[in-house]
Design a protein around this ligand. Structure first.
Ligand SMILES: Nc1ncnc2c1ncn2[C@@H]1O[C@H](COP(=O)(O)OP(=O)(O)O)[C@@H](O)[C@H]1O
Ligand SMILES: [Mg+2]
Length: 362
């Protein structure tokens, strides 16, 4: 090899190295280096009670998505995506998890509601509107928007059923969503194009009835075993939501195929409901403590009250959703009088079924 050639090949290699580094930096800059899966979980823990398994799965999915982009950006074309499906009863934190996640990650993030997609005749326009919002969150930067996250809530409402009475069948919405999940170049109103190949999709839904399907179709349990380890593996396999379960539920196979990562959220226990009201940074109790403090009043609610509220919430069967309503019913009459009575310095609530105690300034 001549000297000239050696130099040229070195230059070419150096250029290639720089290009790779540039693209890889792009991937890393999308998600800060310190944003490790455990850091994501620690952040989520501040706002979302329980659901540890779903938090981990979600954190790893997001992390690996951006690392894949960082590592394979130079290979041209799309990465193999691992979109996530969150399955769990109503009011257990699916939407909250995604909202919290979006606040933490510095990437563009939008939520689209599958129910409203199913109620419009103009599905593609709605999808386009969601992409435009994503672009907006990315400050108009197409490159950044193309690496954002789209959360599609209430995805189970798109189940294919016979005799649709809605404006459009759930199945056709699934097909429309499938296109952008697979990755396509979508022309926006402003004549720009947005390539969805590297956008991460998170879908969420309650999937009422899925458990029945799973209990019917999961047949791993027949292997008799005495070992606890094997038992655990079997339990894990049995608990896993399979694509065929989702298919039976009413999602088309192509669609379930695009959601390889499934995280299950569980019903909240009474203790968790109690925690939700008082522990998270922005919990309802803490919010009202601040409101009362603004009036110069100390608010004190006994643990027992939260337990009583949790008990009622369990009866309502809407997860944590009813907590706020019950809590506010309790607090409204008190907050109605307190601002007019500057002599009050403290309010104590001992039971949901007893009047609050007011204390006067001395
Ligand atoms: N695991 C949880 N931790 C803290 N709050 C929760 C949790 N689950 C539900 N909540 C509360 O209930 C409300 C409804 O929860 P959401 O996330 O919308 O439920 P869904 O699972 O139906 O999407 C939230 O705004 C939040 O206040
Ligand atoms: Mg929700």
């Amino acid at each position: 090899m001549s000297a000239g050639r050696i130099v040229r090949s070195r230059v070419a290699r150096a250029r290639e190295f720089l290009l790779r580094k540039l693209l890889s930096d792009l991937g890393y800059s999308l998600l800060a280096r310190e944003t490790t899966p455990s850091a994501i979980v620690r952040y989520l823990d501040q706002y979302v009670v329980g659901q540890d398994e779903a938090k981990k799965i979600l954190a790893v999915a997001v992390y690996s998505h951006y690392r894949k982009i960082a590592t394979f950006a130079n290979d041209q074309g799309a990465i193999v995506k691992s979109n996530v499906l969150l399955v769990g009863p109503s009011g257990t934190g699916k939407t909250l998890l995604c909202d919290t996640l979006s606040r933490m990650l510095g990437v563009p993030f939008v939520t689209a509601d599958a129910t409203s997609l199913a109620q419009t005749k103009y599905v593609n326009e709605e999808i386009e509107a969601a992409l435009l919002r994503l672009l907006d969150r990315a400050d108009g930067n197409v490159e950044k928007a193309q690496h954002g996250i789209i959360f599609i809530d209430e995805i189970d409402k798109l189940k294919a059923t016979g005799g649709e009475s809605r404006a459009i069948s759930g199945e056709s919405v699934q097909h429309a969503l499938l296109k952008i999940m697979e990755g396509s170049s979508v022309k926006l109103r402003d004549d720009r194009y947005l390539d969805t190949s590297n956008i991460l999709f998170i879908c969420g839904g309650a999937f009422v009835g899925l458990e029945n399907i799973m209990s019917r179709t999961h047949g791993f349990g027949f292997i008799a075993t005495s070992s606890d380890d094997n038992r655990n593996i079997l339990d894990r396999l049995n608990k896993r939501v399979k694509p065929t379960d989702l298919f039976e539920f009413g999602l088309i196979p192509e669609f379930t195929g695009r959601l390889p990562v499934v995280a299950t959220l569980h019903s909240l226990t009474r203790a968790m409901l109690v925690s939700i009201m008082s522990v998270p940074k922005n919990s309802i109790y803490r919010q009202y403590i601040e409101i009362f403090r603004g009036e110069g009043v100390e608010l004190s609610i006994e643990q027992r009250v939260f337990e009583q509220i949790a008990e009622i919430a369990i009866e309502y069967k809407t997860g944590a959703r009813s907590l706020r309503g019950i809590f506010e019913e309790l607090i409204t009459p008190i907050l109605y009088v307190v601002p007019d009575r500057p002599e009050i310095c403290k309010v104590e609530i001992h039971s949901l079924f007893e009047d609050a105690r007011f204390f006067r300034r001395k």
